[in-house]
Design a protein around this ligand. Structure first.
Ligand code: ADP
Ligand code: ASP
Ligand code: MG
Length: 402
């Protein structure tokens, strides 16, 4: 049996915690008599600290150089964990993304994994090593170091679990599973026993950072058995699985909040064919993720286009949209917004879910600036001041604490 475990930043937060992880790994080996590949994150706060250093010198550091700097955090913790395990008499070896054979595209700071050359890891497993892999990184086909995007260690773990055909992939963080909403925002949030890949994917994409959305997407594609657990308790976690394996399907499963959002408002754009293609084409070329888009009905040959992007990409967006400044009246950026979303597979077959949300927010006097929907999700942009209140209100409306 092969298990892939991933320990996040809080779990690897200091030497004592790394020691604790080492002990858990030894326990798993003894109890399950299994082979283990362990993916680790940098110590919590480390990636932000490295980013801050880079921004000391430049508002837009070269993404290649960022990858060289940011990937170091995970290399440190992987080596420390291997040292801790070896000191306890367990054969362990650490590998960087390159060592683990993780080959990615060349898009620095958000590279996609192309494939994994597993021979080396497989040999090490056969020799009885616990293989500790630095998460969040790989190399492109030219050997350049890349990183996978924030929260990317989850993706490293799932990709390795898929490539190595592991029996399961356990993601350890500071919560003991997936809750109906972030328990830091709503203490009445309840742990979910099982959740479908699709719902988890929407929750994660809408801001529930307990799992990286791309890792859930990949787990579904590769049929990886994914479990979310805490490294600080022995509690049962949450299983993320196929919808068919879940008996009871709630109308709304959870509420997510994303504060890393900014609204871009472009006023009086020339209303002609191709303008949207130009604006969003340029943004796509710069790898800026556009989410909700609202275009108003044109008047006098002009139209307004509003859309949201991650707040972390505002500087880059300002730079690339500069070229449109003569074609539009104004381009404004509002970072004081947040996206609140409700997610549930039951929405497919129930009506009135959206109106209940809108009514509840109206009662609290919370203005909804933009709305977006999918088959199993409703997202609303609100002022950041009301973000957490909106989460609690929606959690309450759908009785998620029951
Ligand atoms: P790690 O650093 O281990 O990768 P993260 O901080 O990325 O862990 O993710 C864990 C955090 O996710 C929790 O502390 C919690 O605040 C947050 N979170 C957000 N939404 C949820 C949810 N629905 N269920 C559980 N945790 C959630
Ligand atoms: N250390 C990286 C981050 O903070 C990757 C991860 O933790 O998954 O985003
Ligand atoms: Mg994380």
């Amino acid at each position: 049996m092969l298990i892939v475990q991933k320990y996040g930043g809080t779990s690897m937060g200091d030497c004592q915690r790394i020691q604790n992880v080492a002990e858990r790994i030894i326990q798993t080996k003894e109890q399950k008599n299994c082979a283990l590949v362990v993916v680790v994150s940098a110590m919590s706060g480390e990636t932000d600290r490295l980013l801050e250093y880079a921004h000391f010198f430049s508002t837009l550091p070269e993404s290649r150089e960022l990858d060289m700097a940011l990937s170091a955090g995970e290399r440190i913790t992987s080596a420390l964990l291997a040292i801790a395990l070896n000191a306890k008499g367990i054969k362990a070896i650490s590998l960087s993304g390159r060592g683990a054979g993780i080959i990615t595209e060349s898009t620095h700071t958000k590279a996609r994994i192309k494939y994994i050359q597993t021979q080396h890891i497989e040999e090490l497993i056969k020799k009885g090593y616990v293989v500790v892999v630095a998460g969040f990184q790989g190399v492109d086909e030219n050997g350049e170091v890349t990183t996978l995007g924030r929260g990317g260690s989850d993706l490293s773990a799932v990709a390795l679990a898929g490539a190595l055909k592991a029996d399961k992939c356990e993601i350890y963080s500071d919560v003991d599973g997936i809750y109906t909403t972030d328990p830091r925002i709503e203490s009445k949030a309840k742990k979910i026993e099982k959740i479908s890949y699709d719902e988890m994917l929407e929750l994660a994409s809408m801001g529930a950072k307990v799992l990286l959305n791309r890792s859930v997407e990949l787990a579904k594609k590769l049929n990886v058995k994914l479990v979310s657990k805490s490294s600080f308790s022995q509690n049962e976690g949450t299983l993320i699985t196929n919808e068919e394996d879940i008996m009871e399907k709630p109308i709304v499963s959870g509420v997510a909040l994303d504060k890393n959002q900014a609204r871009v408002s472009i006023a009086d754009v020339l209303d002609r064919p191709g303008i949207a293609a130009e604006i969003f084409g340029i943004l796509a070329q710069s790898n800026i993720n556009v989410d909700m888009i609202v275009q108003t009905i044109g008047r006098d040959g002009k139209t307004d286009i509003d859309f949201t992007i991650p707040q972390t990409e505002v500087e880059l967006a300002k730079k690339v949209l500069e070229r449109f400044k003569n074609d539009v009246e104004s381009i404004e950026y509002d970072c004081d917004i947040a996206k609140v979303s409700i997610v549930g597979v039951g929405m497919k077959s129930h009506t009135g879910v959206a109106s209940a949300a809108f009514n509840a927010l109206a009662k609290d006097n919370i203005n909804i600036m933009m709305i977006g929907t999918s088959e199993i999700k409703i997202s609303m942009i609100v002022n950041i001041k009301y973000a957490e209140l909106a989460v609690r209100t929606l959690h309450d409306v759908y009785h998620l604490d029951k």
